[in-house]
Design a protein around this ligand. Structure first.
Ligand SMILES: [Zn+2]
Length: 271
């Protein structure tokens, strides 16, 4: 599943090819994604892309009269390819531009989404209740401590709650807690402000490092084969259960929390 760094790298990868470009055709081959693709997307024809931004894991493509919202779900790949490239299975949605490029969305599992905010208004309240972006100044020292007061949930579950902070998915929650030396099971409300501030800095660093590593894959967004948006990362704990801790050589343990895998080192990480 793509996490925040993959979505941000996707944004960086597609932006230069579609910014300020005029849409000449919108093709909906299968409207049954996570939510039906609204017919209003046809109003984009002849409109020009003004900006491409990101909120949490949503890509927001802004036009003068509204915003096209893309969510990468479990299995979406988005590419900007030559408009002449033949359509393949699961290519559900195309935006074709006057520069002979097409933004093409492929989604085998159809958990992704293509939505339209009329006049830029988020009528479903999709983005309304989201917590701060982790890489902005809104996510700052003191914030997690304040949010964690009296919270009797494990810190890992707390971090992965989009109402607390967006974009800290399973991979980066595991990784940040390892680097912060905090066990994933520790109750959020029991952690000192100092340690939560350190965790805040580490979350920012871990996500920023992943985005800069993803920078090497930017060209993949313009190729019709391959899997853009997924990049090799150096991870300490995620996916390494049963292997040795890279710091102390203790065997890494794995538990399930909220039905997700948590991998940790019982020596490097403490309550
Ligand atoms: Zn260790």
């Amino acid at each position: 599943m793509p996490e925040l760094p993959e979505v941000e790298v996707c944004r960086l990868g597609i932006t230069p090819h579609i910014i300020n470009q005029q849409v000449i055709d919108v093709a909906v081959r299968n409207k049954k994604l996570r939510w039906p693709i609204p017919d209003e997307v046809q109003s984009i024809v002849n409109q020009t892309v003004e900006s491409i931004s990101r909120r949490s894991k949503y890509l927001l493509i802004k036009f003068q009269h509204g915003t096209l919202v893309l969510h990468l779900g479990m299995s979406v790949t988005i590419r900007v390819i030559d408009s002449s490239v033949p359509v393949v299975k699961h290519d559900h949605f195309d935006l074709s531009f006057a520069n002979d490029k097409t933004l093409r969305l492929n989604d085998p599992r159809r958990f992704g989404a293509v939505l339209w905010f009329v006049d830029h208004i988020d009528e479903q309240g999709l983005l309304e209740k989201l917590g701060p972006e982790p890489l902005t100044d809104d996510f700052k020292h003191g914030y997690l401590f304040k949010k964690a007061q009296n919270r009797k949930v494990p810190i890992k579950t707390f971090l992965m709650n989009n109402h607390v902070v967006v974009g800290v998915g399973n991979i980066y929650a595991n990784e940040a807690l390892f680097q912060a030396g905090i066990l994933p099971t520790t109750l959020a409300g029991s952690i000192t402000e100092l340690r939560l501030n350190q965790l805040t800095d580490i979350i920012k660093a871990v996500l920023a490092a992943a985005i800069s590593q993803g920078g090497t894959t930017l060209k993949d967004f313009t190729q019709s084969d391959g899997k853009p948006g997924y990049f090799a990362q150096q991870l300490h704990v995620y996916g390494r259960a049963g292997e040795e801790c890279l710091v102390c050589a203790t065997t890494l343990e794995e538990i399930r929390q909220s039905n997700r895998s948590s991998v940790f080192c019982s020596k490097c990480q403490k309550d």
